[in-house]
Ligand binder design. Structure first.
Ligand SMILES: Nc1nc2c(ncn2[C@@H]2O[C@H](COP(=O)(O)OP(=O)(O)O)[C@@H](O)[C@H]2O)c(=O)[nH]1
Ligand SMILES: [Mg+2]
Length: 257
């Protein structure tokens, strides 16, 4: 072949998937910061037909930068569905790793090089708010309590040695996603992150947590809702009970194209 392998040293071709719903005030800034912080990686904005025109803004960036792409989805289907579609897009195009990152600036693109460096020796890298060296800036106390309690519950119910199972700033090697058998994924909302943590843990892939600085969004509104919290609680409880019954076969439908 004699061709240099493009992309991130030790990781390969990387696609940062940024799910968006009404992030017109944030999307240009976050994409530009990713491109500056990690010039070798490509970006895919996975937009759920945001009424505020986020998808149009993303198209404008894609028109002038060949490393920026947009996946237009027909309507709001939740974070999990947007990520599965983005991961499928990456798989079809031969990427070696995908990154999950929020559009609202909470996940600092400047932390991305540290996550990618850790991915050289790992299959899954979790940018963690709850390990030594991490910082959480400007988060309301309600969100802090929710995150700490949610993570404690997830860790106890699922028996996983993961400090931030709900966090959404991560690197996954495509080989790990294949081993995790994403066809069983059923989460709609943010329980997607816990579900993937669990699948990674159960698949026995190498998981590493790296401290990040998480900053509350300054623009736009959070899409967090009581329904999303309820889904996470319900699903973690169900998985916890299921994991205690050995030998039960997993069933699911194929949502990973
Ligand atoms: N495509 C898509 N993105 C979503 C959806 N819900 C949330 N997001 C995106 O997921 C990321 C995290 O959402 P956010 O509202 O910031 O949640 P919070 O940080 O927990 O308050 C942001 O980039 C949102 O735009 C959805 O239904 N579809
Ligand atoms: Mg946010």
């Amino acid at each position: 072949m004699g061709q240099a392998v493009a992309g991130q040293p030790g990781v390969g071709r990387v696609l940062v998937v940024i799910p968006t719903y009404n992030e017109a005030d944030n999307v240009a800034d976050v994409v530009a910061r990713v491109r500056r912080a990690a010039p070798a990686v490509d970006v895919l904005v996975a937009d759920d037909n945001s009424p505020d025109g986020t998808g149009v803004l993303a198209d404008a960036m894609a028109a002038t930068d060949g490393q920026v792409h947009v996946l237009h989805r027909p309507g709001k289907e939740g974070l999990g569905a947007a990520y599965l579609a983005g991961f499928g897009w990456a798989r079809q195009r031969g990427y070696d790793a995908v990154v999950e990152m929020d559009a609202d600036g909470s996940h600092a693109p400047e932390d991305l090089p540290a996550l990618l460096a850790a991915a050289r020796d790992a299959d899954v890298v979790i940018g963690s708010r709850w390990v030594g060296g991490a910082r959480v800036v400007n988060w309301p106390w309600r969100r802090l309590v929710l995150s700490r309690c949610g993570n404690l519950y997830a860790r106890l119910a699922l028996g996983m040695p993961v400090s931030d199972a709900t966090g959404g700033f991560r690197v996954y090697r495509l080989s790990a996603l294949r081993a995790m058998r994403l066809e069983s994924v059923c989460s709609q909302g943010y329980s997607f992150q816990v579900e993937l943590s669990r699948l990674a843990y159960r698949a026995g892939v190498r998981i590493v947590e790296v401290p990040i600085t998480f900053v509350e969004r300054e623009r736009g509104a959070s899409k967090m809702s009581p329904l999303i919290v309820a889904e996470a609680l319900w699903r973690i409880t169900t998985w916890g009970l299921r994991d205690r019954r050995p030998g039960r076969r997993r069933r699911g439908h194929d949502r990973w194209p």
